[in-house]
Design a protein around this ligand. Structure first.
Ligand code: SF4
Length: 463
């Protein structure tokens, strides 16, 4: 019987089985940021413990930083305190920090792969739910909480429950205007936001095989929104080409040796899966969420569901919060804000797709539109291509790298009950900084189309 990538990585990183039924796993790479670390470092200090492997620990700043005025101290004292604590902790414990003045700074899930820190066959941990993003390169990447950040800092290991593996096979060709974001929204819609609980999602099939690493990042990023603990794509030539020449990737002969090993970590052809799901890519439309979790989405040509008995009031609650009417078309829903950004969709290819839609067009008068690159490197590359100009000329604001309006722990936030067309990953109540703010998740190209139309529009009409 063959092994899955998850099983291979799990076996290689097992420190010991625990009496709880969990496994103590060694963590190859620990990525940290300002939000989930201050208390973790305080706990180390309280017990007089150092960081076990500072050379396997890297820090960036992303969640709280303003994307407009980055002068210190920040206007928000809490944000300033968090970043100051990170600076102090990295200094004291010998951890490299890519701060605002570094060309390597950016959203933690954008810079890890971009710098070649994220590699196939690794175990990765980070104090952020969307750590599953790194699975795009064939890693087992775990989002963790503050007490687990402490555990990894102190021991470079984690206690993890066993996981089943569901292989999600997407075959066929996506129609123009349908992107990786639509694929993962479709998967979550079909399997449910809790469908992946207790599972790793392995993505494969001809559609996934053809995807770039950026696109695979988008798919793996939202695994957690489907309840999966991790999501991954088996490493292949696209993975190796992506990693070649990146600052932390092996060099010369070491790279070739690494490729041989990375290739061996992919799931075996005869691997045994707990479950296999098949999806025809040709049936996927551009998708838009209408509700308050990422599973509540419809194709852009479809109608918003009607509340019916037996759904425990979930549809009615969502419609009430969103101010939408069951049975109405999602297309034409008025928006106030458009946001292209977040660790789901802030990479160069995302910005290119959004820019392609807005080029030569104007953002609707009543819409505030933000384009926020995921990292300094993405910002520079986008500016070299003139994408910043395309955005500015259309009426988008072009910002500095950061999480921005995804979570709104910074000045970028919704006001009152504004409706936001967003390329981010969560549409929970209050997610974008206003308790009554409303989020419609969609692809960056769909956000761009909505920004121009001033309402939900079908990007297929614009491509
Ligand atoms: S962009 Fe959003 S989901 Fe991603 S790391 Fe930042 S806050 Fe978390």
């Amino acid at each position: 019987m063959g092994k899955t990538l998850l099983k291979k990585i799990w076996d290689l990183h097992t420190v010991r089985p625990l009496s709880t039924g969990q496994t103590q796993l060694f963590i190859g790479l620990h990525l940290i940021h300002e939000v989930t670390t201050p208390q973790a470092f305080d706990m180390l200090r309280a017990r007089d413990i150092g960081v076990a492997f500072p050379q396997r620990t890297f820090a960036t700043t992303d969640h709280v930083i303003p994307t407009l005025d980055q002068a210190r101290p920040f206007a928000d004292p809490l944000a300033e305190a968090m970043l100051s604590a990170l600076e102090q902790n990295c200094d004291e414990f010998g951890i490299p920090l890519w701060n605002l003045d570094s060309a390597r700074q950016g959203i933690v899930h954008v810079i890890g792969p971009e710098l070649g820190l994220t590699q196939p066959g690794m175990t990765i941990a980070c104090g952020d739910s969307h750590t599953s993003t790194h699975g795009a390169l064939g890693a087992v990447a775990l989002g963790i909480g503050t007490s687990q950040v402490r555990d990894v800092l102190a021991s470079q290991s984690l206690a993890i429950d066993p996981l089943k593996v569901r292989r999600i096979v997407v075959n066929g060709t996506l129609v123009p205007g349908v992107f990786a974001k639509d694929v993962i929204l479709e998967i979550i819609n079909r399997l449910g936001v809790k469908g992946g609980v207790g599972h790793a999602y392995e993505y494969g099939g001809t559609t996934i095989d053809r995807m770039s690493i950026d696109e695979r990042h988008t798919v793996c990023n939202m695994s957690i929104e489907g309840g999966a603990r991790v999501g991954y794509v088996n490493p292949d030539d696209i993975t190796f080409d992506y990693l070649r020449g990146r600052p932390f990737a092996p060099k010369g002969d070491a790279f070739d040796r690494a490729v041989n090993w990375w290739r061996s970590m992919a799931s075996d052809a005869a691997a045994d899966y707990d479950d296999v799901i098949e999806i025809d890519a040709g049936t996927i439309e551009p998708r838009v969420t209408w509700g308050i979790n990422p599973g509540q989405s419809v194709g852009v040509s479809e109608r918003i569901p009607t509340a019916v008995g037996g759904d425990n009031g979930a549809v009615a609650e969502a419609l009430d919060f969103m101010g939408l009417t069951g049975g109405a078309p999602i297309k034409g829903t008025r928006i106030d804000v458009a946001f292209v950004g977040s660790c789901t969709n802030s990479r160069l290819s995302d910005l290119r797709e959004a820019a392609r839609v807005v080029k030569g067009q104007r953002v609707a008068r009543h819409v505030t539109a933000l384009a926020v690159p995921g990292s300094q490197a993405v910002r520079v590359a986008a500016e070299q291509e003139g994408l910043d100009q395309v955005f500015r000329e259309s009426g988008f604001e072009w910002r500095g790298a950061g999480c921005s309006m995804c979570l709104a722990m910074n000045p970028d936030r919704l006001d009152g009950d504004q409706v936001c067309a967003s390329s981010s990953n969560r549409n929970f109540k209050g997610r974008q900084g206003s308790s009554t703010g409303r989020t419609l998740l969609m692809s960056p190209a769909m956000v761009a189309a909505a920004a121009v139309a001033g309402e939900v529009a079908d990007v297929r009409d614009a491509v």
